[in-house]
Design a protein. Sequence first.
Lengths: 396, 434
Amino acid sequence: MHVFLCQGVCGPSKETTSKAAIRASAMSQAAPPLLSVRPTRGLVDEAFQVLVENLSPGVPVTLHSLHQSEDKHYWEAYGHYISTSTGVVSVTDDLSLGGTYQGKEAMGLLWSMRPVPGSRTGLRLRKMNVCSPMLVSISVYSGHVSHDFSQRPPLAAVLTERWFMAPGVRRLDIKDRGVRGTLFIPSGPGPFPGMLDMLGSGGGLLEYRSALLASHGYASLALEYFAPRELASADLELDYFEKAFEMLRHHPAVIPGRVGILGLSLGTKVGMYLASESSVKVRTLNCPVMLVNGLDDQTQPAVEFAEDIFHMMHSVGKDHLLTRLEYPDTGHLIEPPYSPHFRATNFIWDNKKGKGSLLWGGQTKPHSDVQEDLWTEILAFLQQHLYSRQSPRARM
Amino acid sequence: MEAKHRAVQLSVRPSRGLVDEKFVITVQNAPPGIRLTVHAFHRCEDGHGWESFAHYVSDTGGAIDVSQDSSQGGTYSGVEQMGLMWSLRPVPGSKPGLRLRKMNVETPMEFTISVHGGYLTEGFMDRVALASHAVERWYMAPGVRRIPVTKDQLSATLFLPSGSGPFPGVLDLWGGGGSLVEFRSALLASHGFASLALNYLSPRISQETGKMVDDSYFETALRVLQRDPNVVGTRTALVGLCLGSSFCLKMAAYSSSVKPRCLVCVSGTHVIPSPATFDYRNKASAKCRYNQDNEVISRDVLLPLLASPALKVDVGRLRCPLLLIVGQDDQNIPSYESAMDMKAMMEQAGNSHLLTVVSYPHAGHLIEPPYSAHTRSSFFRSMVAGQKTAFTFKALWGGQTAAHSHAQEDAWKKMLDFLWEHLYCGVAPPRAHL
């Protein structure tokens, strides 16, 4: 298999002696392989199919993904394959023999991404500007390559776009009577069920989950409740969350009787409070609750917390409203599917008085499987209780 | 749950796609067993509104799946997953004779798909839909590059696939309407072929000289394509539509410097494109048949020329595989008769093993990428000597909409498989394609 060197990606480049020699050899060599990714534009929670064709039979190749994040770090993943007797590699159907993922993993090139060698430690991949897609380049290399991908030319490469916002989703900055956040309204005339989305105490405003929820038909408010540089020293004022909830309920794009709350980490505690009408009376909850825990959560005793909630609700005969999902080997950060997993990332706390590495937990492969399953469960739960025509009934 | 807040859900997956990709439209959470209308709307670059619609009954779960359920009527009927795309037509009150084409291929076509209560046939814009969703349809995949080409007096646009290449190349010759039509080349690049869309009727050089380009213009275009560092020069094909097909055949048969690996000719004739035959066509146009809608049926014009060997490309000289795609309801040129005549000529010459003919009984002249809106007739201004004539007429292209649209889907797949086989040298047909 001959390999082509090509300079630049925009327009023809100048002829050089070495390029002429390569082109001469290209005249007599075998056909180039064909790499396809379907679809090339998708939402971040949509699966894609990566297929390589026109290889010789039984040759080793490496599938590779590359992404440059908004903060300019490079992330990559790769899998080692052997082409079939018809010269094909299908990531959906074939087994990766090694790399950043193994086995039959259709989306392994995304969820197993990690910072390229030489990067700073403790990086976290999060899209802050959700109006533009994540660009991921998928390439195929000859042989089983494990490092220095940028030093060698691929056999073929395809660019894919991964979007948080579906076409027609609208993004509105919210600054209303002290409530700060971003509202994402689905495509269409509405009104829509609403979601109050609290992504936890990471500080700043993370919009990506709300953008994705809007792409699934929920008018979702990504609520800002720690401004950057105001971490931990600010007391949470719980009536701030009540105000946000009311504002959402009364928004013209939202169906008043159909608003849910989605929390992660600290947001969960807030969510429980809001639903229960006072700070500790979980017993007064009257709506279905889905509580999700990763059993390898290293940040807080989430399992014990969930147990407490269960006992409190059981004591007033309301445990039928509670759906608990627990996943072994899964850490604290459960993000939309195919997101790379971070076992530990950098974290600044206490008004920059401290800085360190926070261990979130989780083993990459089970954690990634859970992210995929959980998102499906969450969407089904929301669909059942916010869209369905039947009266809401929690699952046992 | 209050009835007025029953939230009907509409989803289109994927909501961003290439124009030749399928999507699945579903409606959920409607009352069971009720009548609904699914509607598509698009405002084209010229500002005209286009729409399509279909009538469905929700199932016992209150759902509709357009890819599996049967339309009870509308602009299409039966089970047609992509019917809303190919049955688009101008909204009531539009000018007659419109044709839907995207000229700027760097932006997507934007559609609004909606669902309405009841069986509607008009007045969609006056009502609020139960639900709707914006959808983008692209000619260019991410990473595809569009490069205008003006060297060597060419008027052309090169589309390069995503990735580092190099890639097999295609010289893409559109039909006789003049100007530079890019969308097929953009789509071919999205499938891994470096494609050069060539304006051969109204390039700058013709506008300056007032004369049609000669053979060397096409030879130059192919040479520029082959020598591009992003192109594998030994793996090129010629693809034509209508008049473009005629030029493809002429070049492949007679030009010593043109040696493509294969040819694809859609809705074409092998009547030689030359000043003599152009002259004949323009004179004969005045004597064309008209149908009851005052639409010009020009297929008869070239028929007599099929009997004159001197006026036809000698396809017995072809040395590469040729794929002919024709619609038997082509009312514009006698493409089916031409294909049969080419077959006979090649059988006589002993090179018919190179020929594949695909003909579709109810397809018309404009066999375009799949899911394009079918246009049975539209206004057309032909070109003469690099200048648009003063003679604009409403051409009847032909084709029965549903059959024509199925043909477009099948023809595109066959074209891609054929190009793939001869330019990428695959052993098995590609799984990636449609």
